[in-house]
Design a protein around this ligand. Structure first.
Ligand code: HEC
Length: 135
């Protein structure tokens, strides 16, 4: 039900506000939507060779292949799934936004960066929950 509310909210935004971030994707369960959030809000640290070996700055195709069905190889999270399609709770890409099962919450609190909004978190959760589709 909450997911439906998000969808409706997004549609409402898209109707009135042509230049907001939300208008760039029409489907909140899409990978485009999740990837946009990751690049905008997590990209500064997650560039090539940094932060747990995870890079968000590459093309959507490459990012998708790096995340979905792939296990972490980092010191903190080795063996945990980055994204398990259909299962956000078992995906550290999501659990690290809420209750990390390894390492720190993202973005790390000590850096003073704003955490994701509930909307952002739900976009990522919903994308994973609905099967982590490639588009
Ligand atoms: C201030 C820099 C910084 C920002 C911003 C940041 N991260 Fe991180 N991230 C790190 C560091 C450092 C690590 C490795 C330590 C750890 O896992 O706690 C990491 C690790 C991770 C990992 C685990 C990767 C692995 O294989 O172990 C995930 C998933 C992750 N970050 C997701 C995110 C997401 C999603 C965001 C945006 C909400 C984000 N990060 C924002 C610094 C950052």
């Amino acid at each position: 039900m909450r997911n439906l509310a998000i969808l409706l909210l997004l549609t409402a935004c898209a109707d009135t506000n042509d230049d907001t971030l939300t208008t760039e994707y029409s489907d909140v369960s899409s990978f485009e939507a999740a990837a946009m959030i990751l690049r905008d809000k997590c990209g500064p640290c997650h560039t090539t060779g940094h932060a747990g070996g995870l890079t968000f700055s590459e093309s959507n195709d490459m990012l998708y292949d790096r995340l979905v069905g792939v296990q972490s190889f980092s010191m903190n999270c080795e063996g945990e799934m980055l994204v398990e399609a259909g299962n956000p709770e078992n995906s550290i890409l999501y659990s690290k936004l809420t209750e990390p099962t390894c390492g720190s919450i993202m973005p790390p609190r000590k850096d003073g960066l704003p955490l994701l909004t509930d909307f952002d978190k739900n976009v990522i959760k919903y994308w994973i929950e609905t099967g982590a589709r490639p588009q």
